[in-house]
Ligand binder design. Structure first.
Ligand code: NAP
Ligand code: G4F
Length: 349
């Protein structure tokens, strides 16, 4: 019989790639989506899997809808990816972020405990747990010093996952994933913001790129590589927690420089620092030591920094070229407002 998986947040970057990966493994895939005034299935359509997945309406703030999703899908495995996932927005909506990104985890775990404790559970934990003050590679034993409402909510989810494992014997794992990017990344995240702007500047559609903290360093990997690690964690004999990264760290400045290089432009002529994109607190260094995942899961990253930047810039270039030629296809950027249109609390400081 086919294995069944339930993915919360199937409309997001990781949800879409994971759904594709699990379909290729022969799974019957169910995914939760939120009712929105405009449909948001572009990633599933882009990967050509919209017709192959089963969709269940559910919201993380609505416990009943989560319980219903678990009852409908009767999953062997739940991949809990849904979250308010943007660190910047968590400073603007700290309470909502706590509800969704923190308490949402408990709602899914409780549904498992009450309906079928045999369901395996993956929690989308994050390198943001480590927070500030680090300067070397981080592993599963490094201290957590969360530095945003998002990271604090994720830390709560991390511990709830461990508690349900220890208290109720649920097969529950934390994947402590460092940043992972792709052409399906949301436009508000810095890598895609850069690749999209570079493509538009190269084609003469945009003139400049406004960024915040250029010195921040991140360990950027490729999302399709990372979703495989989620599945591997749930195929082990025992549940455990794993760091997933590339063990390399690069600054935002380096990402911008490399991206502009690809289209033959000098980044310094186009990038302007804009204090609206500075966060009240920021994490300046993250790098993930994935030795445990390599030893126990046999996982390692296939795509590293240079290749990642190329994949993203080339795909955004290709999309804008097609768009200029009159083609219309599932893709987010033409509907995304310029960030200059968005007013945040930061603007009023
Ligand atoms: P994403 O693209 O922002 O996707 C988030 C998903 O959560 C979307 O499907 C979104 O639905 C859904 N969602 C948001 N609020 C919800 C709510 N109230 N109820 C139900 N669903 C809701 O994020 P991602 O990059 O794929 O990341 C997946 C998970 O991994 C997240 O938990 C994130 O925090 C975590 N993570 C990501 C990274 C990374 O670098 N990408 C690293 C570590 C951990 P809509 O489409 O309707 O908005
Ligand atoms: O791309 P970011 O917004 O990602 P961030 O904050 O690292 O969070 C992402 O990765 C986490 C894993 O570590 C996930 F848990 C989380 O869900 C999310 O996927 O920002 C990266 C860095 C930050 O230091 C930010 O201050 O880039 C800096 N930055 C500089 N200018 C900017 C900008 N970030 C954004 N979004 N926009 C800017 O203009």
């Amino acid at each position: 019989m086919k294995k069944r998986a339930l993915i919360t947040g199937i409309t997001g970057q990781d949800g879409a790639y994971l759904a594709k990966f699990l379909l290729e493994k022969g799974y019957e895939v169910y995914g939760t989506y939120r009712r929105l005034s405009s449909p948001n299935f572009w990633r599933l359509q882009y990967l050509d899997i919209f017709e192959k997945v089963n969709l269940i309406p559910a919201d993380l703030v609505d416990t009943g809808s989560i319980v219903e999703a678990v009852k409908i899908s009767e999953p062997d495995e739940i991949y809990h990816l849904a979250a308010q996932s943007f660190v910047g927005a968590s400073f603007e909506q700290p309470i909502g972020t706590g509800e969704v990104t923190g308490l949402g985890v408990t709602r899914v775990l409780e549904a498992i405990r009450q309906i079928d404790p045999g369901i395996k559970f993956y929690q989308a934990s994050t390198s943001e747990l480590y927070g500030r003050g680090h300067s070397s590679s981080l592993n599963e034993n490094s201290p957590f010093r969360p530095a945003s409402p998002y990271a604090a909510a994720k830390l709560y989810g991390y511990w709830l996952t461990r508690q349900y494992r220890e208290a109720y014997g649920i097969f529950a794992c934390n994947g402590i994933l460092f940043n992972h990017e792709s052409p399906l990344r949301g436009l508000e995240f810095v890598t895609r913001k850069i690749s999209n702007a570079v493509a538009k500047i190269a084609l003469g559609i945009e003139k400049e790129l406004r960024l915040g903290n250029l010195e921040a360093k991140r360990d950027w990997g490729y999302a399709p590589d990372y979703v495989e690690s989620m599945w591997l964690m749930l195929q082990q004999k025992e549940p455990d927690d794993y760091v997933i990264g590339t063990n390399e760290s690069h600054s935002v400045k380096e990402f911008a420089e490399r991206a502009f290089d690809i289209v033959g432009l000098d980044w310094q002529e186009y990038v302007k620092v804009d204090k609206r994109f500075l966060r009240p607190l920021d994490v300046n260094f993250l790098q993930g030591d994935y030795s445990k995942a390599k030893a126990k899961l046999g996982w390692k990253p296939k795509v590293k920094f240079d290749k990642l930047v190329k994949i993203m810039v080339n795909e955004d270039l290709n999309r804008w070229e097609r768009w200029l030629n009159g083609e219309r296809f599932p893709w987010d950027a033409p509907n995304y407002p310029s960030e200059a249109k968005i007013i945040t609390r930061v603007l009023r400081v």
